[in-house]
Every structure is written in C-alpha cells, then in structure tokens.
Write a protein that binds this ligand. Structure first.
Ligand code: SF4
Length: 386
C-alpha cells in the first residue's frame, strides 16, 4: 500500500486515522496541512499530538516531496521546471502566465507510450506512471519556489512576445496557480486513476481548492476513457488532440488512431456530450504542408459537425530528430479563417516557452530520444486528403 499521505483523499485519510484508533476529525487537520498549507514535515504539524505523529511515522506514513532540479524562464514569461522524483526519474512542468491567469501544465507520466510523431515526449521511452501525489506536488513545488529562474534565451524573433504581467510579491514568490492543464509529459487517460484522484484532491474545498472549470485534461484520444470520464461525478474540462481531419493522416501523425480511429473517437465524444452537455476543445498542431491546408480546414469542419466544440490551433514546435516544420503564420491564419467563417470558435495559440524547450510537444526532461524510426508524413503525403 502506498503510504504517501499526499496521495490520499480526505475520506481515505479519515479511514487511516480511525484505523489507528484516533478521532476522525484529525484527518481534516492532516488534509489541510498537506493541501492548503503545503506542509511537508509531519513533525511540524502541531495540531496533532506528538504521540499520534510518532504513530504515523512508525506505520511508515510520510508526505512525499518532489525536488526542483532546474528552472528556466523564457523572456515571454513562461517557465519550465525540471523535477526529480523519489526514484530518480525526471519530469517537467511548464508555467504559463496569461493576463490574470497563471496556468501550470503538469505531467502525468515519465515519458509517453503514445509516440505522436510531432511530439518530443513521444520520442522518448515510456518509463512509468506518476502517482497522484507526484502530480499534485508539481503544483505545490512550483508555488513554493520563487520564480528566480535563469533567463535562458533571447526573445523569439518574428513572433509577438506574450509578455508576462505576472506579479511576484516582494520576496519574489509566485502568485497562486489558478489553472491546471494535464498536457505535459504523458497521456493522462492512460494513468486514469491517479489523474482523477489528483483532480479530486486539488479541487477539494478544504485543500488547494482549484475550481474544476479551471482544470483541463487533454487526451490524444483514448476513446473508452472518454466514455468513462463522462460517468464521473467530477468533470474537468476535456481537450482532445486531433491534428488531422482524416484517418490516413492521423494514423501517421498519432499512432493511437490505429486503435481508436476518428469514427470511434468522435462517437465517444458524442457519448460524453450526451451525458455531460459539455463543450470540448480540439487541439490541432499545425504542421507545414502536412495538415494545414484550406482543404484540411474544410474537412475538419465537416468532421466535427454536430458537436459542441472550439478549436485551438497550436504551432508545431521543433525538437531534435523531428523533420516537421511548423506552419507559417499566414497558413495558420488562413486555416483559422476557414474555421471562423464556418462559425467555429477558433483560437491561435502562439508558441510560449520555445526558447527553453517548454513549448507544446517539446518536453523531454533530459531523456535521450529512443531509437526508433521517425515518420515523416511530409514525404508520404504528397496530395491533399480530399
Ligand atoms: S502529444 Fe501527448 S500523447 Fe502524444 S506523445 Fe506527446 S505527450 Fe504523449
């Protein structure tokens, strides 16, 4: 049994406390200490008796803590944290300031087994799932750090800077994180239980209390898990990485499409919306001359007809070994215009954190790419998918 107290819901803490012969309400003190005060050392929890603290320690209970080993900040205001886990594995999280929001993009796995061709994380070996405690602690560790990261790159020329208006307090401490996106390293819905557990804990009003509508889970399209998510009593926002309007192209870009092709994926989205009435966001990584033509945009509109959705167009970001090129601003704009003319709410996501390899699809946590052939649909798809 995992004895990390950070990993436990309030109800589970109550069972542990009662099981140790103590009063149930003491679990509330523990939960608050860990999740509202970012308490890390049980011996400092003075609202519990010394004897009870000793009892918890004797039974092997502890509060886990991930370690920040590096923090880089980009002139655009974003920052990337490199964390080391208790077993020495490494993950990354990215902080994205945007007007009055401060979003943390968290990882859910070390590496990723999905192998999306446009993503650096998919290019390293999958190592393991994170525990809920390790997911949660990315938030607490980032907040506990001051943002005195090393500024490591020059502004990206040619693109407008999204300059942060992040206000640090006089000690340089970070304001509280307002939004979470489960969009870092890993496929969240392949680590379903830990992801849902972490959301329940982070959303709890006695703890960190991050609003559920401020939490987004992004999936590459694990259709059965989308159906499962629809049945949960807790409902984060759902984003789906689509990046192609037809199966042939999506097979090449995202291998999961072989298992859950578009028809099956979109049926799962329909079932999700029938149950929840919630809009979903489709993410579309823009790759020059691969998936970014006007015809692709028209196909996309046709494919998604009848769904409640919006589209985020994301510029593809380069990484070592990837042969794709990100679409030009003109092509992205043209693509967006087709969607907008069709009445689709469309947002172009400018790259943030590219100078520190923290942009979408660039997280590798220092792991070497696995030895595998990197597909290049540029050479395979000469014609448009009409
Ligand atoms: S895009 Fe997401 S699901 Fe695909 S390889 Fe990267 S981290 Fe994994």
């Amino acid at each position: 049994m995992n004895k990390d107290l950070k990993d436990k819901t309030l109800e589970e803490l109550e069972r542990i406390v009662v099981g140790l012969g103590q009063k149930k309400y003491l679990a509330g003190y523990l939960f608050k200490f860990i999740h509202a005060q970012n308490g890390r050392d049980l011996s400092t929890l003075s609202t519990l008796s010394k004897a009870f603290r000793a009892q918890l320690a004797e039974q092997g209970y502890f509060i886990s803590q991930i370690k920040i080993v590096d923090c880089l900040s980009d002139p655009d205001g974003s920052a990337k944290y490199l964390f080391e886990l208790a077993d020495g594995e490494r993950i990354e999280s990215v902080l994205l300031p945007d007007e009055d929001r401060l979003t943390l993009c968290v990882s859910t796995q070390v590496g990723c087994p999905m192998g999306c061709a446009f993503c650096a994380t998919g290019n390293i070996q999958f190592r393991r799932n994170l525990t809920a405690g390790e997911i949660i602690d990315q938030v607490y560790a980032a907040e506990a750090s001051s943002l005195k990261c090393e500024v490591s790159s020059e502004p990206d020329p040619g693109f407008p800077l999204q300059t942060s208006n992040l206000k640090l307090d006089s000690s340089g401490a970070l304001p509280r994180i307002t939004n979470l996106v489960y969009m870092g390293m890993g496929e969240p819905l392949l680590n379903y239980d830990a992801v849902l557990r972490s959301i329940r804990i982070l959303n709890h009003t006695s703890g960190r209390n991050i609003g559920i509508r401020h939490i987004t889970v992004s999936t590459s399209g694990v259709a059965p898990a989308i159906r499962q998510l629809a049945k949960e009593e807790i409902r984060p926002r759902l984003a789906i990485s689509l990046s192609a309007p037809a199966d042939g192209l999506r097979d090449r870009l995202m291998p999961i499409n072989h298992k859950y092709p578009l028809a099956e994926l979109l049926n799962a989205v329909r079932a999700y919306q029938a149950e929840t009435s919630q809009r979903v966001t489709f993410e579309y990584v823009m790759i020059e001359a691969v998936n970014d033509t006007v015809n692709h945009a028209r196909l996309l509109v046709k494919l998604l007809r009848g769904l409640m959705y919006n589209v985020n167009l994301i510029e593809h970001n380069p990484f070592t070994g990837c042969e794709f090129t990100g679409s030009s601003r003109e092509r992205i704009q043209k693509f967006a215009d087709v969607l907008k003319e069709a009445g689709v709410e469309t947002t172009i996501r400018f790259r943030m954190g590219r100078g520190i390899k923290a942009a979408c699809g660039q997280l590798q946590a220092g792991y070497e790419p696995a030895k595998r052939e990197i597909r290049n649909p540029n050479t395979e798809i000469q014609n448009k998918p009409e």
